[in-house]
Design a protein around this ligand. Structure first.
Ligand code: FES
Ligand SMILES: [Fe+2]
Length: 335
């Protein structure tokens, strides 16, 4: 159950990468992320090839990063650019692995694969529609295999039970309509609750108690999820009401550790900072006190991250998560 290796993964929110280096772990590789003084984001192996000091504890000098131990400097291509010792010659072996990096849509994507770069990171510009929506973002780290986190996000039937006061109305369980479909490489799980109590998260922004609620989530490999969640007038068209375009982007820190980056783009209360802070609090509550403890408890009780090997009881809402797992298994076999 190794995570897929040959893929683009999010390593950081772009706003968190600066000229102060930070450490990140992806696929068990320690990586230093920094921004050159001219603003370019860089990802290198965090281990200095001299005595294996952590480069993220060093400093940025121009475009290079300087090792905090003996001062070797490495340029963005990973090659040593300065040796302050002896005759100052650069030893041929003085280089570190450079990770291909793309910065787009407020995200830093890395390729840590064992083969040359294939394709491009998922483009999210249209989904976020930043000219017409207000974006907030955040990050959590989970002690669970990436596929156990995907199981949680692809199955929103848990919402009325795990999130009865934050994300879903507990009285709406029986009217949930679920449908799943696959389009090429994508798996889409549709959840509709028509003519029902408005989800708690939208109540302050919706004029009546009743609406058509929807939460449709699209997975694309290996672990990118785009959730369209919102409410409309009963019988109205999706898009006419209030909604969030919510990206959940997972990456494997290691076999049983998962990075979870999120960006939510709303089409209401545009530019209202106070609403942004309230929403960040809602996400924090739903995630830190509801999803995260449940995901980690589930991971603790599963003797293997291979869900199907454990022969679980399956419910209708599991169809999408199971399809995703099957597709990941095919990708793994290809690798
Ligand atoms: S460990 Fe980096 S220069 Fe010595
Ligand atoms: Fe949840």
């Amino acid at each position: 159950m190794n995570p897929i290796k040959n893929a683009w993964y999010v390593a950081a929110l772009a706003k968190n990468v600066s000229t102060t280096p930070i450490k990140q772990k992806l696929l068990d590789c320690p990586i230093v992320l920094y921004r050159t003084e001219s603003g370019e984001a860089v990802a290198l192996d965090d281990r200095c090839p001299h005595r294996f000091a952590p480069l993220h504890k060093g400093k940025v000098v121009g475009d290079s990063i300087e090792c905090p131990y003996h001062g070797l400097q490495f340029s963005p291509d990973g090659v040593c650019s300065r040796n302050p010792h002896g005759d100052c010659k650069i030893p041929a072996a003085a280089k570190v692995r450079r990770y291909p990096l793309r910065e787009q849509d407020g995200l830093i994507w890395l390729w840590c694969g064992e083969v040359d770069v294939v394709g491009s990171p998922l483009s999210l510009g249209e989904f976020f529609d930043a000219d017409h929506r207000t974006l907030i973002s955040g990050y959590y780290k989970l002690n669970a295999h990436i596929e156990i986190v995907l199981d949680n996000l692809m199955d929103l039937s848990h919402a009325p039970f795990l999130h009865p006061t934050t994300l879903a109305d507990a009285s709406n369980t029986e009217s949930l309509i679920f449908e799943m479909k696959q389009e090429g490489d994508a798996v889409i799980a549709y959840h509709w609750i028509p003519n029902a109590r408005v989800s708690p998260q939208f109540r302050p922004f919706w004029p009546s108690d009743v609406a058509d609620n929807r939460a449709n989530i699209t997975w694309t490999p290996p672990a990118n999820l785009q959730l369209d969640v919102g409410v409309t007038e009963v019988g109205g068209r999706p898009g006419d009401g209030v909604d969030l375009h919510f990206a959940h982007l997972l990456s494997p820190a290691g076999a049983n550790e998962t990075h979870y980056f999120w960006i939510a783009a709303r089409n209401y209360e545009i530019g209202n900072e106070e609403v942004s802070r309230i929403m960040e609090g809602q996400v924090e509550q739903a995630f830190e006190t509801e999803d995260e403890p449940m995901i980690e408890a589930v991971a603790g009780y599963m003797s293997t991250p291979d869900l199907l090997a454990l022969k679980p009881v399956l419910l209708p809402g599991d169809a999408a998560a199971i399809r995703v797992r099957r597709m990941l298994q095919l990708l793994r076999e290809k690798e």
